[in-house]
Design a protein around this ligand. Structure first.
Ligand code: 2NL
Length: 378
């Protein structure tokens, strides 16, 4: 690469030097007589003034940096001049050296100044975008919400406590006796197949319903007795959108002298009207549960069509809601209550199904899945 090309004379005035010393900083011409391209012919001063102009007009800090590298960098234009100075005569070299230093300082200062412009502009735009009003009151902790099943459970608890019922709870790991035998479901009873569950070492099992809590209630308090037992129960289920291995129910019972189906109907209507927040019509059909006699399937009049018939009630006007009945004498006896003196009604209501109906949840697995995006909606 050709660089400084020297006109020969040593002691020319500076002005002359500025006009005539030609810097060839880029490229090589194969033909020495060919006109030198304008960029290659840039005198040092023009190199500097072009650089200063590019610095002034640099649109961004990144662009400015690329100008800096081109001009001041190790392989930049000024470095090239500096390298080519070796070919000058000693006197010329000193003058060119001075010029070079001046140019370098001017360019460096201009770059610093322009960089300062960009930094101030960047700070200004951050200050405009990121300000906060410190006089505003703090937002405080984000409020949480109760799980939909907890909400329904609490409503039902409130209603029943207002009607003189106790709210009881009991262990989720139960004895086979409390979960089955005491409920008129002996070892060889076919109902055991429909309530397959998880057994743990030592013969205990995960309760399949909250009935064992009622057994404990009867043993502990005796009659007369009004109680409900909401809670988590377990079944060995093939899990899909409508079956989970873990779900919630509430059972309840009232044992007193002369309790009849009339009492049962009154309390069920009252409970369901509170849950659905309107007057609910109910219908009883015979239904089988080993722990009651007689046992009933309780239907409510369809809330969508009011009983006229629609897709939800399959044109029948009624929707199956829960099971209930009069406590079986064997069950009373097992828990130390004389069925000749006392009678009672009992019921079981699926809270999981109720929550799904109320909130339009179409997959049971969402309820216990723990996904906050789901839970935050309640
Ligand atoms: C259903 C049906 C029912 C009961 C639960 C009960 C408990 C005792 C004695 C007598 Cl200790 N009965 N519970 C009675 C009838 C039906 O549940 O389909 N539940 C979701």
């Amino acid at each position: 690469m050709l660089a400084l090309y020297q006109t020969g004379q040593a002691a020319r005035p500076l002005q002359w030097f500025r006009r005539h010393v030609t810097l060839i900083t880029y490229g090589v011409s194969s033909d020495d007589n060919a006109p030198v391209p304008p960029l290659m012919a840039e005198p040092l001063e023009r190199l500097a003034s072009t650089a200063l102009e590019r610095i002034r007009e640099a649109p961004s800090a990144e662009h400015l940096e690329s100008v800096r590298i081109e001009v001041l960098g190790r392989k930049g234009a000024l470095a090239q001049v500096s390298k080519d100075m070796g070919k000058l005569a000693a006197g010329e070299r000193a003058r060119v050296g001075r010029l070079l230093n001046e140019a370098k300082r001017a360019v460096e200062e201009a770059i610093e100044a322009r960089r300062g412009d960009f930094e101030r502009a960047a700070l200004q735009s951050r200050l405009e975008a990121e300000w906060i009003d410190l006089t505003l009151p703090a937002p405080g902790p984000r409020p949480g919400s109760l799980h939909p099943i907890t909400q329904i459970t609490r409503e039902i608890e409130e209603l029943f406590t207002s009607l003189g019922f106790a709210v009881l709870s009991g262990p989720e790991v139960e004895t086979e006796h409390n979960n089955f035998d005491a409920l008129n479901i002996p070892a060889d009873h076919p109902a055991r197949d429909t309530m397959d569950t998880f057994f743990v070492e030592g013969g205990h099992l995960l309760r399949t319903h909250t009935s064992p809590v009622q057994v404990r209630g009867m043993l502990r308090f005796g009659p007369p007795l009004r109680m409900i037992a909401p809670g988590r129960v377990f079944r060995n289920e093939e899990v899909d959108a409508s079956h989970d291995h873990t779900f919630h129910q509430v059972e309840g019972m009232m044992v007193d002298r002369d309790v009849s189906v009339a009492h049962l109907i009154y309390f069920m209507k009252t409970m369901l009207s509170a849950i659905f927040r309107r007057e609910i019509a109910v219908r009883l059909r015979p239904g089988y549960f080993p722990f009651v006699e007689p046992g009933f399937e309780l239907d409510i009049q369809c809330l969508l069509c009011g009983g006229a018939g629609c897709a939800v009630c399959k044109q029948s006007g009624w929707v199956e809601q829960m099971g209930c009945g009069m406590v079986h004498p064997n069950v009373l006896r097992s828990s130390g209550i004389d069925p000749d003196v006392w009678s009672g009604f009992a019921f079981g209501l699926g809270l999981t199904r109720l929550a799904m109906m109320r909130y339009g949840i179409d997959d049971i697995r969402l309820l216990l899945g723990g996904d906050l995006r789901f839970l935050r909606q309640f």
